[in-house]
Design a protein around this ligand. Structure first.
Ligand code: DQA
Length: 148
C-alpha cells in the first residue's frame, strides 16, 4: 500500500504567484500542488494537498493526520511566527513533519526569525522557493524508509 503524505499550506498561500512574486515567486498554488503530486508519485507517495487561511481548520487537518497519513510538509505562513496552537497540534500528531518556507525567513523582518513550528518539526527548509517542497518530500521519503 502506498504511503500517504499531506502538503499543508497556511494563510495567504492561496495567492501564490500573485502575492509579492519578488518574495514568493510566480508559481501558483495549483502548479505547486501539481509538482508535489508528481514528485511524490515518483517516490511512491499518495499526495494530498490542502490550503486554508483558518488556524482552526489547519489544526483540524493536523488532528485528522493521526492514523491516516504517514508524513506532513507544512508551510504555516504567518502562523509559523504566532501559533502555539498549531505547534501543540503538531506535537500531538507524532508523525514526521518538514516545515517549509518559500522565502528565507532569517533574512527578513525580525518577527519572522522565530517559528513555533521549528520547535516541533523534524526539520526545516527555507529560502529555496518551491524547490523546498520537493526537498521536503525527498526528506520524508528517507525518514519513512528508515521507519520501515
Ligand atoms: C512564508 C514566510 C512567512 O513569514 C509569511 O508570513 C508567509 C510565507 C514563506 O513561505 O516564505 O506567508 O511562510
Amino acid at each position: 500500500m502506498s504511503k500517504k503524505i499531506l502538503i499543508l499550506n497556511g494563510p495567504n498561500l492561496n495567492l501564490l504567484g500573485m502575492r509579492q512574486p519578488e518574495v514568493y515567486g510566480d508559481t501558483s498554488l495549483a502548479e505547486l500542488d501539481e509538482h508535489c503530486r508528481v514528485h511524490g508519485a515518483t517516490l511512491g507517495f499518495e499526495v494530498d494537498c490542502r490550503q486554508s487561511n483558518c488556524e482552526g481548520t489547519l489544526i483540524d487537518w493536523l488532528h485528522e493526520m493521526r492514523g491516516t497519513k504517514n508524513g506532513i510538509v507544512l508551510n504555516a505562513g504567518a502562523y509559523s511566527h504566532t501559533s502555539v496552537a498549531i505547534m501543540d497540534a503538531i506535537a500531538s500528531v507524532e508523525r514526521p513533519l518538514i516545515e517549509v518556507h518559500l522565502s528565507n525567513i532569517h533574512a527578513r523582518e525580525r518577527f519572522r526569525h522565530h517559528s513555533y513550528i521549528s520547535k516541533v518539526a523534524t526539520g526545516t527548509i527555507c529560502g529555496l522557493g518551491t524547490t523546498g517542497y520537493m526537498l521536503a518530500i525527498d526528506a520524508l521519503a528517507d525518514i519513512l524508509d528508515q521507519e520501515g
